[in-house]
Write a protein that binds this ligand. Sequence first.
Ligand code: ADP
Ligand code: DP6
Ligand code: CO
Length: 360
Amino acid sequence: MSLENELLSVTCTAPVNIALIKYWGKRDEEKILPLNPSLSITLDVDDLRTKTTVVASKHFDRDRLWLNGKEHDISSKRMQTCITKLRQGAGDLRSDDGTLLIAKEEWKHYRFHIISENNFPTAAGLASSASGLACFVYSISQLLCFKETFPGELTTIARQGSGSACRSLLGGFVLWECGIAPDGTDSIAKQMDTGDKWKHLRIVILIVNDQQKKTSSTAGMQTSVQTSDLLKFRSKEVVPVQLSRMRDAIKEEDFTTLATITMQESNQFHACCLDTFPPIFYLTDVSKEIIQFVHDYNAKCGGTFVAYTFDAGPNAVLLTQDENLDKLVASLYQRFGFFPVTREGVTSSVCESPQSDQII
Ligand code: ADP
Ligand code: DP6
Ligand code: CO
């Protein structure tokens, strides 16, 4: 069988993840090595996913990417690094009966056309770079029959597309390790907990503004690293303590502690943004009203029933437990006059890797 004139294609989808312990700041901009470890939950929610199709052909003259229907620059150093590393680890493509279809050395003659769609706002602080780059890396790796040379290698490649993307390759509670090796091979993402005991956790997304933010996460954290003393203190002194408490809370199925640390982390991250010079404002007045609402709600109910977390954008991610969901959603409707976009989000169900559907 000759594949000389065939188009090879693969389609994958990848979920977003939301950091409970935040990543903000790099110690190495080139390799995307973080200042501190971070911990996230992969959101197994249909409403928040990237779907990417990669087509490979020897007849394409260059790699091209279309994002949400518009051609997008693929010449960035990050995407090129991912493609180069994926090509280096490419394997032989064989048919089901073992016949060699494409030898691994042949892949260097192939170029990619990549079509990607996010079914939620892009660059609005809902982790589109996480699902987007995870899907980018995973789908190319599937097409190229990529073979890891060490466990977690694929996460190190996704990390170089966008830091938070390494965590979207795994399901459940995911830890992105800081690492110490200068080449970054030990800064990998690992599943810390399957989340099987957290099936009652629910996610509520409140879209405050779906427009592209003014300051990208990459640019924002660069200025923070240069100017914020609070960020230095946080990454050295605060994160290790909070991470260890969070690990225990997850193990002990302790929602109150998980919720409390999640809110503290979100607040300290946004405090670092304010401590950045010039300051970065990702939260709007409505975001702050949501924060106030959560604290009032918990005080009224006499416990910690709901938590908020905000990434680099104004949109809120609320965490609660199944038994409280209906009451919370009703209160949100009463207060803000709209139903949340997503309330089905059973988080932490294991999502080993994005689904893949290889068509040759
Ligand atoms: P977010 O808060 O949504 O993660 P970022 O500022 O971190 O925002 O990153 C947004 C950028 O990520 C986009 O401008 C785009 O370059 C990239 N991106 C988002 N989705 C995709 C995708 N599906 N495929 C490739 N790149 C993507
Ligand atoms: C606030 O991963 O988007 O969402 O590595 O520069 O692409 P780059 O940044 P990105 O930063 C995410 C920051 C955050 C917190 C988090 O996801 O941990
Ligand atoms: Co991002």
